[in-house]
Design a protein around this ligand. Structure first.
Ligand SMILES: [Mg+2]
Length: 231
């Protein structure tokens, strides 16, 4: 792991990923489980704390089918009806999440000098709720949630990057994309000639992902405090 200070010069636009780059996505998952637990308790007598059991199921490899697994082990007769409603509750809840301390510091410093923007995948409403909870709606411009165009425009599709470049009016080489997922985050910025930085804190949900073809970031850092950006 590279721990030296990375210095990038000639930068005008700093474009950020959201989940596991600016805040720990795991906190969103936990927050969602709490919301679903409230929903469940209104409808059934739960044999154990539902939020705690959902966290255990998530950590034991049932990621992606936690609600199904929970209702199944409780022999709940409403699985088919309730799981879609639980997913909806999870995705639409108002999350309680916080920026990583290094992200908070970096954003405060960078916004004085650079245009800050965001490109994120994920459900539009869910991502908007996260941005509001983090107080970032008025800090980032433009904000691109790729689902606003449909899921075929998710990263690594270049459309969001081309859009940000055209909106800011800066050259590709003046833009840097900072993300955490080596599977998809850096393919398009590399293709377009952007700078790219992967923040690998080790606790992210995609921390172990291998770089995809053409998706190797230019630099890798452990926290945003290791990144020095200059105009
Ligand atoms: Mg991410």
């Amino acid at each position: 792991m590279n721990t030296r200070l990375i210095k990038l010069t000639g930068i005008s636009v700093v474009v950020l990923d959201l989940d596991d780059t600016l805040y720990p996505e795991r906190e969103f998952v936990w927050s969602g489980f709490e919301a679903v637990a409230v929903w469940l308790r209104e409808r059934m007598d739960c044999p154990v704390d539902p939020a705690r059991r959902m966290r255990e199921l998530f950590d034991s490899g049932s990621r992606g089918r936690v609600f199904n697994a929970l209702l199944a082990e409780w022999a709940c007769p409403h699985i088919a009806d309730w799981v879609p409603l639980m997913i909806d509750c999870y995705r639409s809840h108002q999350p309680i999440i916080r920026l990583y301390p290094d992200a908070k510091k970096a954003l405060t410093a960078w916004r004085k000098t650079f245009q800050l923007s965001l490109i994120s995948d994920g459900m539009l409403k869910t991502q908007q709720n996260k941005l509001r909870a983090l107080g970032l709606e008025s800090v980032l411009e433009p904000i691109v949630i790729t689902d606003q165009w449909g899921d075929s425009f998710r990263k690594p599709h270049p459309r969001a990057f081309e859009y940000v470049e055209s909106q800011t009016g800066h050259r590709a080489s003046q833009c840097v994309y900072i993300g955490d997922n080596r599977l998809k985050d850096f393919v398009a910025p590399n293709q377009l000639g952007w700078r790219s930085v992967c923040v690998c804190r080790g606790d992210g949900l995609y921390a172990a992902a291998e770089a995809s073809e053409g998706g190797r970031p230019e630099f890798q850092i452990e926290t945003l405090s290791h990144l020095l950006l200059c105009k």
